[in-house]
Design a binder for this molecule. Structure first.
Ligand code: WTA
Length: 644
């Protein structure tokens, strides 16, 4: 494959950026020409942020799996699409060529049809990181079903909420998943999620761990049996065919639930045409992907990073995507470097939290590992501190591989702000320049553009985007109003990211973190309200307030202030609360610290003054700001003294 839209110099970047802003329709229309359409679009872009209504390539007909698979078969059929590295390094590596991927996706698409799944139906996928997860996702896309992948760390209750919100009647799962030293009993979690559920008609179960599972007659079927049967339907005389369903560019591709500042996760909806163009364009340009390279994104497909940069971006570009089942520290902290050496990885894309945790193991795990294949390094998910950036640069990149710091969100589909590897300059801890088509603006609380510079020429404000790019979310599932109020109503005619940022005199951006009540714990987005709701479900808890505090490895830790009506022993109650949060959300949302308090700092109108709680959690005891409006200022001293 060739990528005529790959930007090769700083001048070319500037030129592309200017074109993309001056005439977005001409710019994106030309890029979209590089994809496979059954029918071209009638109009490149229709939009207003008021409703919001955003349409890219309206009237265009396509199937994204033909772009990710079929169009590569003639020239790259025997090239690896997916290299799968198992959790246990002793287990066999699996290499899935584009031909094999085509067959498996067609087979699974047939399985979905055989089980009654139709275009537009929602299919919930709860699996570990195995190639079958990619087959399931792409199988849905092939028949126009909407996938909703749920990360394997979420609890039964979280799954039940998402199933209900998405009105999903189909589930694809595994008996279990391996993650480091742990086996996670996925099917049994699904069974718990389905207690009392009347809408789920079918659960397809892949055997990964051979954990005993309960298979309900009439509802649960084995993946292996279904696939075997489907094979006879899609393959005739060695030729595989399963015609992809023709979709509209603006039909939904998937729903992915993510946390916001309210208690309930939102189902972010991405549509086919724009998302395809955006993930491909950003993949090819940011990582400066060259044909034949191996791309290793360490994320889980349960998060947006895995959707965009393990599945859709790399496969639409005909790349080899390395998929890893395990964790960075199992069996030891040299796992990423072993994989890099073994598979001659060209591009490594990971999270700052992983870098910080591996940094803690020193240089030993790197000994004897040949990392010379690495050409580009990337980070995503949270701000990267300079120390981690330099460690990554020196030890992993050997000061020869550019680092791209990619800023984006579940809602943005793909990266919005990043340097382009080796093409535009990197600045440690700065995401730097917007991608073509992305028009950032920094505003104050009132939505007015900030122009005032500090003594270093830096502007500081809330990060918004002025116009749509192809990968922007279209709605939140089943509740368009929620999408409007969350993202498009804070500031008129702007998409509000929820992040704060700095901008320097050269137009580079540095993301400073969330300005709303959303935490970023080890690169996972967690809403404080969600954690509070979970804590409050424990009997004996009267009220709670959750804030973030700086954590050396996780980026942010979760600090909970809890009022209890009575407690037998604090230690016991603490454990019970942790168990409750694990049950309600999942272990990823467990507070790192719990402080029992007799009251919370509230204003006379009953609002919790989170600023004060945040400062105390951070260990900042002096400058708590104005506390004179508090109903009971005395509570602040008690909280300070009891800090854990
Ligand atoms: C944060 C992950 C600083 C940010 C792709 C954003 C970052 C949230 C960066 C989205 C980065 C992501 N530098 N902060 N390079 N990348 N973030 O939806 O706060 O899981 O709003 O998407 O992560 O998290 P999400």
């Amino acid at each position: 494959m060739s990528y005529p839209y790959q930007i090769k110099s700083l001048e070319a970047y500037k030129e592309a950026y200017k074109k993309s802003v001056d005439d977005p329709e001409a710019f994106w229309g030309a890029i979209a020409e590089n994809f496979l359409w059954r029918k071209k679009w009638d109009k490149v872009l229709n939009w207003n942020f008021k409703e919001p209504k955003i349409e890219w390539f309206a009237g265009g007909k396509l199937n994204i799996t033909e772009n990710c698979i079929d169009r590569h078969l003639a020239t790259m059929g025997d090239k690896p699409a997916i290299i799968w590295e198992p959790n246990n390094p002793e287990e066999r590596v699996r290499t899935v060529t584009y031909n094999r991927l085509h067959k498996r996706v067609c087979q699974f698409a047939q399985v979905l049809i055989n089980n009654g799944v139709k275009k537009g139906d929602r299919v919930c996928i709860y699996m570990g990181m195995i190639p079958e997860l990619a087959y399931a996702v792409l199988g849905c896309a092939r028949i126009g079903a909407i996938h909703s992948v749920i990360f394997g760390g979420f609890s039964a209750q979280s799954i039940a909420d998402r199933l209900e919100d998405a009105k999903a009647a189909f589930i694809v799962t595994c008996d279990g998943a391996y993650r480091g030293a742990k086996d996670i009993p996925l099917k049994s979690v699904i069974d718990d999620a389905l207690v009392g559920n009347k809408t789920v008609k079918r659960v397809i179960v892949y055997t990964r761990t051979r954990t005993p599972v309960a298979m309900l007659k009439g509802r649960d079927v084995w993946w292996e049996d279904e696939m075997e049967h489907a094979e006879t339907q899609i393959e005739k005389d060695g030729v595989v065919s399963f015609p992809a369903v023709e979709m509209d560019a603006e039909d939904p591709l998937f729903i992915l639930y993510t946390s916001g500042s309210t208690g309930k996760p939102k189902g972010v909806v991405h549509t086919i045409g724009g998302y395809m163009v955006w993930t491909n364009y950003t993949f090819v340009n940011i990582f400066q992907y060259q044909p034949g390279q191996v791309h290793f994104c360490t994320a889980d497909i349960g998060w947006i990073t895995g959707h965009s940069y393990i599945v859709y971006g790399p496969l639409s570009a005909g790349a080899t995507s390395l998929m890893f089942e395990g964790i960075p520290t199992y069996p030891d902290a040299g796992r990423f470097w072993d994989i890099t050496d073994k598979h001659k990885v060209d591009i490594l894309y990971t999270a700052p939290t992983a870098i910080r945790s591996l940094m803690g193991f020193g240089a030993d795990p790197l000994k004897g590992k040949n990392l010379s294949s690495l050409k580009v390094l990337g980070t995503v998910g949270e701000p990267i501190n300079e120390e981690a950036w330099h460690w990554y640069d020196e030890n992993i990149g050997r000061k020869r591989s550019p680092i791209v710091d990619t800023w984006w969100q579940t809602e943005t589909g793909g990266t919005l702000i990043s340097n382009l590897a080796g093409v535009t300059p990197a600045i440690p801890s700065w995401a730097t320049l917007p991608m073509p088509g992305v028009q950032p603006i920094l505003v104050d609380e009132q939505g007015k553009e900030v122009t005032e510079k500090d003594e270093h020429g830096i502007i500081k404000g809330n990060l918004c985007i002025k116009a749509p790019w192809p990968g922007i979310l279209r709605t939140t599932y089943g509740d368009h109003e929620r999408c409007r109020t969350n993202y498009f109503a804070t500031y008129e005619n702007l998409y509000f990211t929820g992040d704060g940022a700095l901008k320097d005199a050269n137009g580079n951006y540095r993301i400073t973190g969330r300005v709303d009540d959303v935490l970023n714990v080890s690169g996972h987005r967690i809403g404080t309200a969600e954690v509070e709701n979970a804590i409050n479900m424990h009997t004996g808890v009267v009220e709670s307030a959750v804030v973030g505090y700086p954590h050396d490895i996780k980026g942010q830790g979760i600090y909970a202030y809890v009022i209890c009506s009575q407690h037998e022993s604090e230690e016991q109650t603490r454990k019970d609360i942790l168990q409750t949060v694990t049950r309600v959300i999942g272990a990823i949302a467990k507070p790192d610290k719990i402080q029992f308090v007799s009251g919370l700092p509230k204003t006379r109108s009953g609002k919790i003054m989170r600023r004060v709680l945040r400062k105390i959690a951070e260990g900042e005891m002096q400058n708590l700001g104005d506390t004179s409006t508090l109903l009971d200022p005395g509570v602040v001293d008690e909280i300070k003294n009891g800090r854990v």
